[in-house]
Design a protein around this ligand. Sequence first.
Ligand SMILES: Cc1cc2nc3c(=O)[nH]c(=O)nc-3n(C[C@H](O)[C@H](O)[C@H](O)COP(=O)(O)OP(=O)(O)OC[C@H]3O[C@@H](n4cnc5c(N)ncnc54)[C@H](O)[C@@H]3O)c2cc1C
Length: 284
Amino acid sequence: MGVIIAKSVNEACAVLAENPAATVLAGGTDLMVQVNRGTHSLETVLDLSRIPELKKWTMEDNQIILGAGISYTDLTHPQLSAFFPALAQAARTVGSPQIRNAGTLGGNLATASPAGDTIPVLVAMDASMQLKSSTETREVSITEFITGVKANALKPGEIIESIKVPIFKGPQEFLKVGTRNAMVISVVSLALVTDYLERKLRIGVGSVSPVPFRATEAEEFISDKFDWETNRNLSEKVINKFSELVANSTEPIDDHRGTANYRKHAVKVLAKRALERVSAGDIK
Ligand SMILES: Cc1cc2nc3c(=O)[nH]c(=O)nc-3n(C[C@H](O)[C@H](O)[C@H](O)COP(=O)(O)OP(=O)(O)OC[C@H]3O[C@@H](n4cnc5c(N)ncnc54)[C@H](O)[C@@H]3O)c2cc1C
């Protein structure tokens, strides 16, 4: 097995152009599980973990550009978590400290698991990905990028260079249910992001359909009922209706982690809890 350690994005893209069958490695926390299980064999490995550009973030207009090599630990840094509290909450729930130090945002997106914890948050925030090859740079929305269960829109020779995330004003929540409290894959996950300027509540849901998605009917209902001056005074009836709309938008399956019925119930609980927490936060 050959291992190539790239030092820049351009070098990585050039290597991939020459070796289209090379396997990209970032933190290795998904890839090495497959290798150890024998479900993925490696011939040439292209290691992105020592590319400084991929670990940086910058602000442009009202957006943050996150390098694909940013780790979960980086996402919980106060400088970043101030912009995206829900993304930081999601990052804090991932694996153990070792996994959070090694695992990257780009790796979570490329894996495209229905249970990937950053994905519902990024879906709620309409994030987009910059994909780069030796010949082209293109931008795709997160919904175009994730094309199915563990499937993405990367073309041969492309890597995820960065993730562009708009900044929203207002409280945010990320909640997940697993089979235990920590070191756990989501059975259900939900992100609620307030967009005070557009008077909109954005909801991303994970682990209850082939790909994480926005619960748009529930969004429209609650954005209309929300008191945008005080963000208080939501009636029990409105909260219940909202959580039912979120649950009705899901298509969960039975699997070894939970039944479809349990997931429908759990997503309702998470929707209600997230809304109550956002309503208690400082909206302005
Ligand atoms: C014990 C354990 C606990 C975990 N807990 C969670 C959890 O709670 N929540 C969760 O969501 N995930 C969890 N994971 C999964 C994993 O940690 C994450 O999905 C992580 O973000 C993967 O990132 P990575 O950098 O390690 O990717 P890698 O394993 O290096 O790569 C994963 C895939 O992405 C591709 N890839 C990586 N970076 C790029 C790039 N820049 N461009 C193109 N392709 C790329 C690789 O080729 C590979 O196919 C866990 C894993 C383990 C082992």
